[in-house]
Design a protein around this ligand. Structure first.
Ligand code: HEM
Length: 234
């Protein structure tokens, strides 16, 4: 069993399962965040954010999510390092000849999954420091602004929408969302393949599912900060 996780296919399996789990989280996260644009009183989003922060089931899922993110990054690093070493052994000096480095049968996203993942991780750290950390630990005067709901409910809407009135902060979100979309476009397809769900018949359908997931998640996460920013300047 332990040999399985050391093998290439074992590592890919872990990446696929954790990746699918992270996609499920992102679908829920985008659904909750879309309440920012549906209701401009902020009541709906504040209620949803309160539910997500206090619900016991979500509290159990949160550490699993953190472990999922860590495993995904760890195994991605191992696979990338392994591939790099293999290439250096089989084709010494290859990296000096950049033109051989780009295989015609792979697309840009598949060759740059690790770079896209690093961009997403950088975005995630900035994101967590500005929202998660403030909401859970350090607090912010914006969170204490009165809401039309009970006084126990933090004004997460005020925190998020105030952040999205700064153009460079919105830009960070757009870059993060585009990187996420490109990462998912190849990631979903690759996960289906690793889990053995991709044969000739399903290839096209799974490709379309990959495109739909990446456009909805990438586009959705970019649209929310842009929407709030544009609304604040007109
Ligand atoms: C429109 C864009 C986004 C908004 C408005 C948003 C909002 C938030 C907020 C308010 C929290 C804190 C929740 C709490 O602690 O109660 C949070 C947490 C989090 N966000 Fe986002 N987010 C966005 C995009 C993203 C993206 C693109 C990712 C992943 C690539 C992401 C990953 C996370 C994670 C992992 C957490 C911590 C887990 C949790 O608190 O449930 N978010 N987000």
């Amino acid at each position: 069993m332990s040999n399985f996780f050391v093998s290439s296919i074992g590592k890919k399996f872990v990446m696929s399962v954790t990746g699918m789990f992270l996609i499920l989280f992102l679908i829920v996260h985008l659904t909750v965040n879309s309440m920012i644009i549906i209701d401009d009183t902020g009541a709906l989003f504040n209620k949803a954010a309160h539910f997500m922060a206090t619900n016991p089931i979500i509290k159990i899922i949160e550490p699993i999510l953190a472990i999922g993110v860590i495993l995904h990054i760890l195994f991605a690093s191992l696979i990338t390092l392994q591939n790099q070493l293999k290439r250096d052994i089989n084709y010494p000096g290859l990296r000096r000849y950049k033109k051989y480095d780009t295989c015609a049968s792979t697309n840009w996203q598949s060759r740059n999954m690790y770079i896209l993942g690093t961009v997403i991780l950088t975005f995630l750290v900035i994101h967590l420091i500005n929202f998660f950390w403030k909401i859970r630990y350090t607090g912010s005067p914006l969170l204490e602004q009165p809401t039309i709901l009970s006084s126990e409910i933090k004004n997460v809407y005020a925190l998020v929408t105030t952040r999205f009135t700064t153009w460079w902060y919105v830009l960070i979100y757009v870059i993060g969302a585009v990187a996420l979309g490109l990462h998912l476009y190849h990631g979903v397809w690759s996960a289906f393949q690793t889990l053995g769900w991709s044969n000739r018949k399903w290839r096209k359908i799974l490709n379309v599912i990959g495109v739909i997931i990446s456009v909805i998640l990438g586009g959705g996460f970019a649209f929310i900060p842009l929407f709030v920013f544009i609304k604040s300047i007109i």
